[in-house]
Design a protein around this ligand. Structure first.
Ligand SMILES: Nc1nc2c(c(=O)[nH]1)N[C@H]1C(S)=C(S)[C@@H](COP(=O)(O)O)O[C@H]1N2
Ligand SMILES: [Mo]
Length: 400
């Protein structure tokens, strides 16, 4: 029997070559997406991912896909705040550099961007601020992400600082605001616009990327160009980038002033003083964290053979010094082996072989420590929007 779900999946798949929500909208399938359970699990051009919402598209990656050092483009998570996501033709795309603190506004085509500036490649983890929000107790409002709102990739592009140098920065410059081509359905919806402190915009690792894992960016991950801010959570990694403004005043849009903020007293300094109040600051640097990628909570395994426990660990750019694994709920810890180092902004794969002597229940935990000496807390740090969940993971498995 070809049920509706199957039909839509197939239809979505056949749209993959052309790609894009606009096609789904034209085919009338997008309307079905909002409320009905019979929506595709695979966006055009993507493999089936875990759907949180369809409009706007929010899909997380199943954690067993994190078994590779780089997350394949067609398995990479997708996160949008607004539902109107135009399909951009490279010939029509322009990047506009402006703002009140720029000397000579610039407009660049994708060819100019590729040709006129030095290209660099960097491995970096793209991590949603709200990854693991669904694990907060008590629950907090927002998308109830599991652990798959992240992905590690090799990004190729040009330095934002080189592009800004082309326009010339005035002494009055304070922040750099960033906007993409997507927008809300209603004119009243605030556009997803973010800003960076000038120093971070001028950091040599801050890129305007046009390639991901050796291929053009997928539509859903920001084609034809997006920001890469290695070490900072992905809220600043603006997709379908169209406007970069160098400004002399703190940017006061909704997504800076109201959203993506954390209490100042509970987290390390945010490095974004122009956006801080007495009590709150924007979320910025990624905290040290780890994830077990090949075991599930509640899983039953045969006792007969050794189990290789595998995972990934990351932080905001100091790099991972060690990962320890416990199988007895944190009484004893064993040092895991770290795999290849792709640079301080990449996650690091690790593994450790557990050779259980008896059947029974085991509490598996993993704990990463960065080169700065920071380690994961036993419980997540409470904050109203459920960001930065980096508590030590606890998984219970049965060996039968
Ligand atoms: N244009 C645009 N860029 C955006 C967003 C968005 O809604 N629109 N969301 C940001 C957030 S919060 C995240 S987590 C990342 C997700 O990147 P991905 O969809 O490529 O995985 O994109 C960022 N860039
Ligand atoms: Mo995010």
């Amino acid at each position: 029997m070809v049920d509706r779900r199957h039909f839509i999946k197939k239809t979505a798949g056949s749209l993959a070559a052309a790609g894009g929500l606009a096609l789904l909208q034209r085919s009338g399938l997008a309307a079905a997406g909002a409320e009905e359970p019979t929506v595709p699990d695979a966006l055009p051009g993507k493999e089936a991912l875990i759907k949180k919402t369809y409009r706007p598209p929010n899909y997380e990656t199943p954690i067993n896909y994190f078994d590779a050092p780089f997350t394949p483009n067609n398995r990479f998570f997708v996160r949008y705040h607004n539902a109107v996501i135009p399909e951009i033709k490279t010939s029509e795309w322009r990047l506009r550099i402006g703002g009140d603190a720029v000397r000579a506004p610039l407009e660049l085509t994708i060819e100019q961007l590729r040709r006129d500036f030095e290209q660099v490649e960097i491995a970096a983890l793209c991590l949603c601020s709200g990854n693991r929000r669904g694990a907060f107790q008590p629950p907090v409002p927002g998308l109830q992400w599991g652990s798959g709102a992240m992905g590690n990739a090799l990004w190729r592009g040009v330095r934002l600082k080189d592009v800004l140098a082309g326009a010339g920065i005035d002494k009055s410059a304070l922040e750099v605001s960033l906007a993409g081509a997507d927008s809300g359905v209603l004119p009243t919806t605030p556009d997803f616009v973010k800003s960076l402190p000038l120093a971070k915009a001028l950091d040599e690792n801050t890129l305007i990327a046009f390639e991901m894992n050796g291929e053009p960016l997928p539509h859903w991950n920001g084609f034809p160009a997006r920001l890469i801010i290695p070490g900072w959570t992905a809220t600043y990694w603006i997709k379908h980038l169209t406007a970069v403004n160098v400004i002399s005043k703190p940017f006061d849009g909704f997504w800076m002033k109201t959203a993506y903020r954390i209490p100042k007293d509970r987290f390390p300094s945010g490095q974004f003083s122009s956006q801080e109040t007495e009590t709150a600051m924007p979320i910025t640097e990624i905290l040290v964290n780890s994830l077990i990628t090949n075991l599930e909570d509640g899983q039953t395994l045969p006792n007969a053979k050794p189990i290789e426990i595998k995972g990934v660990a990351w932080d905001g750019g100091n790099g991972i010094a060690r990962v320890e694994v416990s199988t007895d709920g944190g009484v004893r810890w064993h040092q895991a082996a770290l795999k290849q180092d792709y640079g301080r902004f990449s996650w690091r794969q690790w593994h450790w072989v557990f050779d259980p002597k008896h059947p029974g229940t085991y509490r598996i935990m993993a704990r990463a420590t960065s080169h700065s000496g920071d380690s994961q807390p036993p419980e997540p740090i409470p904050n109203p929007s459920g960001y930065h969940h980096n508590a030590v993971q606890k998984i219970t498995i049965q060996l039968a």
